[in-house]
Design a protein around this ligand. Sequence first.
Ligand code: BES
Ligand code: MN
Ligand code: ZN
Length: 498
Amino acid sequence: MEFKAIIDAKTHAPSDCAVVGVYENGDLDAAARNIDAQTGGLIRQLHAGGDFAGKTGDTLLLPRPAGAASARVLLVGLGPRAGFDRKQYRKALLSSAQALAKTGAADSVVYLALEGIAGVEVQYRARMVAEIFSAQGYKIPDLKSGAKPKPAKLSSVSVAAENARTVKAAANGLKIGAAIGSAMAMSRDLANLPPNICTPTYIGQRAESLAKEWPRIKTTVIDKNGIKALKMGAFLAVAQGSAQPPRLIVCEYHGAKKTSAPICLVGKGITFDSGGISLKEPPAMDEMKFDMSGAATVLGAMRAAAELALPINLVVIIAACENMPSGGAIKPSDIVTSMSGQTVEILNTDAEGRLVLCDAITYGRRFKPAAVIDVATLTGACVVALGHHLSGLMSNDEALAAEIAAAGIRADDRAWRMPIADEYVDQLKSNFADLANVGGREGGACTAASFLSKFAAKLAWAHLDVAGTAWLGGSQKGSTGRPIPLLVDFLVNRARSR
Ligand code: BES
Ligand code: MN
Ligand code: ZN
């Protein structure tokens, strides 16, 4: 999908479909007023006659309205005018995208970004158009044997802006939104693929093709022997029960001078988490194919950085393996030595994410990073705490935590700060090793993060627990691509401010 920004507030450029807004009280946005005048008051009549109430997200398609410059007009309800907010705006965009997909329109002009929203600049209003239209057009990798769905007709969306200044801001927003859209599609593809296809080896190959596609990215895939040589005893322990070999995947993006300290993104890449010997229950075990979502999203963030040519350095580190039970698998009470030298007593083989991440974080130190952010579907406890709406955010650095939380708010991909503390580390005491890998049910998301904090000493480090946000279950089952909007916003903001 191609996105463009055009100056078109007064006129009403001809297109296959104009998308215009109507408020509940009958107020029309500027473009709707225009078309209303061109069509002899058609839109006002529809509202007054009760045919279009303007409820948030309602749509009504007007095919070939006599007098209008465009072939179709899509009315979209904006809801109450007073306090028109980002939620209403997003909902209106989503239903516009859904309704447009059911028409034959190949191109469209969306006028909704002309509407003011308190606290949301035009750049973000345009960005949301690209993000939402891209996400709406996303299709799960097709492994069904039936007839192939027809490719989408809509290939070009223009966003109307008021003047030379705002059209520039809108174009910039569209660029960012489109990069987020492509990154999310790539990441969702990886996460939605079944684990017999999306193996650690496969993720490594995808990271290599990303480097082929984007010359500023360099990918290094380290195999089992290399991981052994690095003394990543915790990571290897998780991998040892599986027939699939592990991969440590390192992608470096160079967009700034060599001496500029990189941001390091670390992703949990468990391509299937059976729980291991501490086997999970059958219901919903299939969803543990999504346990590599952290890996997929950090790779997506790297793709977006490359597409946007951000003037920063970025390193992505992915620890990819399966967590399986077998005769060779780790057992509860096994003790392993992590790359950091700290020993860990594995009391529950299902707490494997922290084991692979602790070594990946330690590996990150060699890049002397300005900040390290790990992204992981780490704990069911985080889902209990925050549900499926917000990601968990833990950090040893106040400024970094605030920066990430702010990025999440701007990107509509929020994260909520949760604690790490010595008291949680105390729950991880072991009689036999430096640390146990579990600390009881209580505060499970916090003990997991506090475990990681023991490997992040003296780093500016943050942890995003995306167990509740990375995918949806039920009839909507599938990857969401979160927290890519947050991560990309964070990176764009870093690029701008340094
Ligand atoms: N990948 C899971 C976390 C998870 C569970 C994400 C459910 C989404 C939904 C992780 O590896 C795990 O199994 N964590 C355990 C930790 C426990 C053994 C301390 C959990 O949350 O049950
Ligand atoms: Mn697990
Ligand atoms: Zn897991």
